[in-house]
Design a protein around this ligand. Structure first.
Ligand code: 3HC
Length: 308
């Protein structure tokens, strides 16, 4: 009965228990999860491009090996998340086609270029740092497969953040030119990193419902604040300044006050107007088309294997 189904679902959510693939769930709950998990997976896959840009130009074998491992991890996170989405009745093929068609989103942050090698460190420190702030609570999200996928992803994300911070710390002990390269990179990535958490809660159409369903355990602004509070002492230890004149400790609040990102820029990037938006999708489309023969061969082989 619809009422009984809704009541059973509501009881699980109220107990902060897990909704599993076989549980009855409201269609809107399922659709919200497909949207968010697909977007999360797309972000991991597209996120390989900015860093991949520096794979052939890493300054040492050690740095190249670390970056290679990180980019491969991101691919794995994407496939992990597509598998979580597939438990909701969608296919990776369908989601990939929507990404390429521009009807599904990925994180705004990956539409910015990686102009210097220091960006590899800044992405690890700030972008993966922001991802950690957002993903740790998702370990407790109400949908079982999504929450469980976050356990391993968060462990690997911590390695991503540490290697980025260590890369920047090394450069900050280097020449003035290296220190300037780090500062210039941080200046370019700080505000886009704050935008990763989504619009302010007051302008977020999905947050209230996602909190009620336990999909989100914290709001966009709460996680953004946590990220700022985490990053300020790290920036001080690195010896870089964060490009926000309004950033200061507020003892009364027990948090840092900080300025507002350029939300017009955010909306433009989300709508596909980012500096690298067209290039990222074109690259993904070409990779998908270039890989068609592999998918066809695998399908033909699988069909042959099934023949009696
Ligand atoms: N980039 C692109 N679109 C964004 C966005 C961003 N940074 N932030 C919000 N949006 C979109 C939303 O998708 C929504 O549009 P839609 O309804 O058409 O999908 C609209 O802007 C309004 O935002 P809301 O806050 O109402 O939307 P959500 O409730 O979905 O919250 C979110 C946005 C906080 C990003 C949430 O979707 C989320 O937590 N997603 C999972 C985490 C994730 O995707 N992280 C990507 C980080 S990159 C990464 O993890 C790779 C790592 O290895 C570096």
């Amino acid at each position: 009965e619809p009422d009984e189904t809704q009541a059973a679902f509501d009881r699980i959510i109220e107990r902060h228990d897990r909704i599993e693939p076989r549980d009855a769930m409201p269609e809107k709950y399922r659709a919200t999860l497909v949207r968010q998990i697909a977007q999360h997976a797309h972000s991991e896959i597209i996120g390989m491009q900015p860093e991949g840009n520096w794979l052939t130009r890493a300054p040492s074998l050690r740095r190249k090996a670390i970056l290679l491992a990180k980019v491969q991890d991101e691919a794995g996170h994407g496939l992990y998340l597509y598998s979580a989405a597939e438990t909701l009745g969608v296919s990776r093929q369908e989601l990939t086609e929507k990404l390429i068609a521009g009807t599904q989103k990925y994180s705004s942050i990956f539409n910015y270029p990686t102009l210097s090698y220091a960006d590899v460190g800044t992405i690890g420190w700030l972008v993966d740092g922001a991802a950690i702030c957002n993903q740790v609570p998702l370990c407790r999200t109400s949908y079982g497969p999504y929450g469980r996928s976050m356990i391993r992803i968060c462990k690997e994300e911590s390695f991503h953040q540490r290697q980025g911070y260590e890369l920047l710390a090394t450069m900050m002990r280097g020449t003035p030119a290296q220190q300037e390269m780090v500062q210039e990179s941080v200046d370019r990535f700080w505000w886009p990193a704050l935008m990763m958490f989504g619009p302010p809660d007051a302008d977020s159409p999905n947050t209230e419902q996602s909190m009620a369903w336990g999909i989100k355990r914290d709001t966009n602004d709460e996680l953004r604040q946590k990220f700022v509070d985490m990053s300020v002492p790290q920036a001080e230890r690195l010896g870089v300044t964060l490009p926000d004149p309004d950033l200061r400790w507020n003892a009364e609040r027990g948090h840092h006050d900080f300025g507002q990102p350029d939300w017009d820029e955010f909306m433009a990037v989300v709508k596909g107007g980012g500096p690298c938006s067209a290039q990222r999708i074109a690259h993904r489309r070409k990779a998908h088309e270039d890989g068609a023969w592999v998918r066809e061969a695998a399908s033909a082989y699988a069909a042959k294997e099934r023949q009696p």
